[in-house]
Design a binder for this molecule. Structure first.
Ligand code: ATP
Length: 507
């Protein structure tokens, strides 16, 4: 699995999806740039989200608020005082870790051990294997399950009590990430604030310390009244936003999974107090449906309900995706009560309320939030789409085809148009097809190398359709269309191309 992940990272670079930021200077930690194909995929993800949120919901509208916000925003939101990660250093390896991530990894290792036992037993017992019974009775499984329960329980309690010493103790007790077995050489756990700060204005003017927003949500909360009043919005309604967020992550790893500069797609849905659970369930289901509609396979998604809730939340769940390194959060769905709006009301001294004509009274609305990282979504899509297949090559020889089975709606290039040879008017015919289609679809012209090589190149970036122009095309205005997933080819009229492609690549 690690191997698959390495290949995926290499593929992202080789095919112009993701580059390390400032690579000529050996890169900047956990900051990445999106290349020519990456930016198209990313834009398509954002559009797919935006359209499904803002266009398909009459009562959801958009917003684009600034990255810089008044510094009091972050006092009110709690980020100045409580947006911390628990850090710990191993004195032997001189490596720094996030204590909570170490413990989560440990739990995952136990889970992997159980999975391995199951796989082994399945092989051994074949059809007569009863997984349920095996999980309930196998001593090795039970021992690992016991460990998971114990660590989980201690971990949840330590987080709840903010007990940093207990976090350290769990790490010591299970000898996590120890370079030498048995070392207990860990520093204390300390809290580290994740917000980046900078100064606005010159010092002579009295410069003000401001932050780069660590989430887009607060831009929505402070604009709640502006949007509600000017849009004459009635509860329930939502505000959606896509934008950059910044977090000084300590353990920045796993490629674009955890970055220091990333992008979020958030939606805050304002509801009548007491109705939040109904809407929490609504959005939970709606968001899962959206993910599954991508066609990556339903079994790759699951919910992870939080047993430990932030003090302001009364329900929270994550949508997790099966990455090459295990099930990981891609989206959070939270019921945030009236915490944020009330805080801004208190810190600003201004009333932030809704007059409910049906109830004939004013109140601070409750909020359901859906929050997804564009980059993490990008990674999940790439991981789900990346496939290596054995196919028959020249002369019946087996070869490997690397293909991105991207959902057509997200593919960076929808259609590659290829003249069979670079003469006899075929390039001109191919370009004429592109001129006809390029306003509606991202098309690519490719005339270099053999047709087979050109197909492979398009497979590797996930292009769902390749169109080949040959001599017959000049006579009867037909072309060969080749489908990425099946590699099947058929002869179609040039005039039909638009319809064929549109059917698959629109939402
Ligand atoms: P994690 O526990 O992984 O740090 P989180 O629970 O802090 O994430 P939220 O604050 O709920 O995350 O942010 C919502 C979404 O933003 C996450 O589900 C994730 O997709 C994305 N996200 C958060 N932090 C990062 C990051 N450092 N890099 C990339 N995406 C991120």
């Amino acid at each position: 699995q690690e191997d698959v992940f390495k290949k995926l990272v290499a593929h992202c670079k080789e095919y112009g999806f993701v580059f390390q930021s400032s690579e000529v200077y050996d890169g900047l930690g956990a900051v990445y740039d999106y290349g020519q194909n990456g930016v198209e995929l990313k834009n398509n993800i954002k559009k797919y989200w935006w359209d499904s949120m803002v266009l398909l919901h009459e009562n959801v509208v958009g917003l684009d608020s600034a990255i810089f916000m008044h510094p009091t925003t972050w006092k009110a939101s709690g980020h100045v005082d409580a947006f911390n990660d628990p850090l710990i250093d191993n004195k032997d390896s001189k490596k720094r870790y996030r204590a909570d991530v170490l413990i989560e990894d440990l739990i995952q290792k136990f889970e992997e051990k159980i999975n391995k036992e199951v796989t082994k037993a399945k092989k051994r017992f074949g059809d007569s294997f009863d997984e349920k019974q095996f999980l309930e009775t196998n001593p090795r499984v039970l021992a690992n399950q016991e460990k998971i329960n114990t660590v989980h329980g201690r971990f949840a309690k330590a987080l709840n009590d903010n007990d940093l010493e207990e976090l350290r103790q769990i790490i010591i007790d299970y000898e996590i990430a120890c370079p030498i077995s048995g070392t207990k050489n860990w520093t204390d756990v300390r809290q580290f604030n994740l917000m980046f700060s900078t100064e606005m204005g010159s010092t002579a003017d009295g410069a003000q310390k401001i932050y780069l927003r660590p989430e887009t949500a607060q831009g929505i909360f402070v604009n709640y009244l502006n949007v509600q009043k000017t849009g004459r919005m009635k509860l329930p309604f939502g505000i959606a936003q896509i934008g950059k967020a910044f977090r000084n992550e300590i353990v920045a790893r796993q490629f674009i999974f955890r970055m220091r500069e990333f992008e979020q797609m958030e939606m805050q849905f304002f509801v009548r107090p007491g109705e939040e659970m109904k809407w929490f369930e609504y959005w939970k289901e709606a968001r899962m449906k959206w993910h599954k509609a991508m066609g990556m396979g339903d079994e790759k998604y699951r919910f992870h309900d939080h047993d430990k809730l932030a003090h302001y939340a009364n329900a929270a769940t994550d949508v997790e995706f099966k990455m090459p390194f295990g099930f990981k959060e891609v989206e959070g769905i939270h019921s945030r009560t009236d915490f944020d709006l009330s805080q801004h009301q208190e810190y600003s001294g201004k009333k932030i309320q809704y007059f409910d004509p049906e109830l004939n009274k004013s109140y601070v609305p409750y909020v359901i939030e859906t929050s997804i990282g564009v980059d993490r979504m990008f990674l999940s899509i790439m991981a789900g789409a990346y496939n290596e297949e054995e196919v028959e090559g020249k002369g019946g020889k087996k070869e490997t085809r690397v293909v991105l089975n991207l959902p057509p709606v997200l593919a960076p290039v929808k259609l590659a148009v290829m003249p069979l040879v670079k003469k006899d008017g075929l390039p001109e015919k191919a370009r004429a097809i592109i001129d006809d289609l390029k306003f509606d679809f991202n098309c690519q012209y490719d005339e270099k190398d053999s047709i087979g090589k050109r197909y492979r190149r398009q497979d590797a970036i996930g292009t769902p359709y390749c169109v080949t122009v040959d001599h017959q095309s000049l006579e009867d205005d037909t072309v060969t269309i080749r489908y990425r997933d099946t590699m099947e080819q058929e002869r179609v009229k040039i005039a039909e191309l638009h319809g064929i492609i549109a059917k698959k690549v629109s939402m």
